[in-house]
Design a protein around this ligand. Structure first.
Ligand SMILES: *[C@@H]1O[C@H](CO)[C@@H](O)[C@H](O)[C@H]1NC(C)=O
Ligand SMILES: *[C@@H]1O[C@H](CO)[C@@H](O)[C@H](O)[C@H]1NC(C)=O
Length: 436
């Protein structure tokens, strides 16, 4: 649609037009387009609808003209053409000037304006498409964190395993010592000699005491020493058990940190892609609908321009038909969308080396013959068509690389993740603006 001119501008025009001057220069801001439209009316163009004739009566229509859509303008100019065709009256000098000015405003404002709005929608769409890469960057960062936590938990897991092995070997040496003592006690023979009948310091009594003394002295010494070894190893087992249980707790903690981070990294990535995807699709929808409006505007401008040309060159039925059938031009656009052959060459490279065409260098997702204009592929596109950017695929490789912690440890309420809206800023609203 045309930019609606300010009322102020129109009032100035009205005043100056009524006084017969057709070059109002006191418009504030840029109102050439509006001026040209008004001139079209005041110069008695389109007599049937806007029979201005300088009478001043129909100037109230000016405001309505200024807010007309391009296609309405188009049909207005069409009416003029019909009239010129039926009356055969030549254009006046003022009318010619008006036509040139109207054309100029299309060339310098309307058409560049359409292209500019198209470019800004396309750019916004590309930015949203590029946002998928932010998700991947975050995923890579989180994947580094996960990998550190994984090696932490894995090294403490082996420390724990080693600790348990040491505990086990201490326990078995404790058991062995018990068995050794038991075996020793079973193996010894207590002196069997009876105490002499005669309870007197006889040589027999001396013998008896000496024999028993020797036996119990040796027993006491071995028994005490074995028991001491056992209690030493018992203390070692106790310390090791305490140490291992602490190491075990530490392992549980690290394992759960790792597991939580893996889960967060996965859900953050998937949420990020969902959010970016939603915004992208909204933007795409708005961009397509804007583009549709712009294409209609462009068609109307081109038609009006054709009419204007015809008015200047002389109006004929054939030319009128030509103008009505005129379609805006499209041009070929490559459809490689980021794909390339196995050597990394895309359509742009083929454009520089057209002798590469022929399909000899095609890859699994690159077909020069269908994708590249230079090789006879591509698709016809108007300069105002939205090109849909290539979107990044889900990064399954990095996702899988995060690992699968399993559930060997019961992790209580694995720290509620901060999987908030990473792209809240986008949601705040720069989906493509819609043009009425
Ligand atoms: C367990 O023992 C190892 C050495 O054996 C020591 O480095 C570590 O600090 C101990 N851990 C605890 C929690 O006592
Ligand atoms: C309109 O302007 C363009 C560019 O200056 C020119 O090529 C074309 O002939 C003009 N048409 C009319 C009707 O003056």
């Amino acid at each position: 649609m045309m930019t609606p001119p300010s009322i102020m501008c129109l009032m100035l025009l009205l005043a100056t037009s009524a006084a017969g001057a057709v070059q109002p220069d006191r418009c504030e801001g840029d109102c050439k387009g509006a001026r040209a439209q008004v001139l079209l009316q005041t110069g008695s163009v389109g007599r049937q609808r806007f029979a201005a004739h300088g009478s001043g009566e129909e100037f109230k229509d000016v405001q309505r003209v200024a807010s007309m859509s391009l296609s309405e303008e188009s049909s207005l100019v069409e009416d003029l053409v019909t009239e010129v065709l039926s009356t055969g009256q030549p254009l006046t000098g003022v009318q010619e000037e008006i036509i040139e000015r109207l054309n100029e405003s299309f060339v310098t404002e309307t058409l560049p304006g359409l292209q500019k709005r198209h470019d800004s929608d396309q750019e916004l769409l590309n930015v949203h498409a590029a946002s998928f890469a932010h998700c991947d960057v975050d995923l890579e960062t989180n994947s580094q964190k996960v990998s550190t936590l994984n090696s932490d938990q894995s090294s403490i897991e082996s420390a724990h395993t080693e600790c348990l092995a040491q505990e086990g070997s201490l326990q078995s040496s404790e058991k062995l010592m018990h068995e050794e003592l038991t075996a020793y006690l079973k193996s010894i023979q207590s002196p069997s000699s009876m105490m002499p009948e005669q309870r007197a310091p006889t040589p027999a009594m001396d013998d008896f005491v000496a024999q028993n003394l020797e036996f119990f002295r040796s027993l006491s010494s071995s028994y005490d020493s074995l028991k001491e070894q056992i209690s030493t190893v018992e203390a070692e087992v106790e310390a090791k058990t305490a140490n291992c249980s602490e190491v075990g707790l530490e392992f549980d903690e690290k394992f759960c940190l790792w597991k939580t981070e893996v889960e967060n990294a996965k859900s953050n990535y998937l949420n990020c892609r969902t959010e970016v995807g939603t915004l992208y699709r909204e933007t795409l929808k708005a961009a397509h609908s804007n583009a549709e409006g712009r294409r209609a505007d462009l068609a109307a401008v081109l038609k009006v321009q054709c009419y204007l040309r015809m008015l200047l060159d002389g109006t004929t039925q054939e030319k009128l038909k030509e103008c009505n059938d005129a379609e805006h031009t499209t041009e070929c656009a490559d459809t490689d969308n980021g794909a390339a052959d196995p050597w990394g060459d895309d359509c742009a490279a083929y454009t520089a080396f057209p002798n590469w065409c022929g399909g000899h260098y095609d890859g699994p997702n690159f077909f020069s013959g269908t994708m590249c204009c230079v090789c006879g592929g591509g698709e016809q596109r108007s300069a105002l068509d939205i090109a849909e950017p290539q979107l990044l695929d889900l990064n399954q490789r990095v996702l899988d690389g995060l690992g699968a912690p399993g559930s060997q440890v019961q992790c209580t309420a694995a720290g509620s993740s901060d999987a908030g809206s990473l792209y809240g800023a986008y949601a705040a609203g720069d989906a493509a603006t819609t043009y009425p």
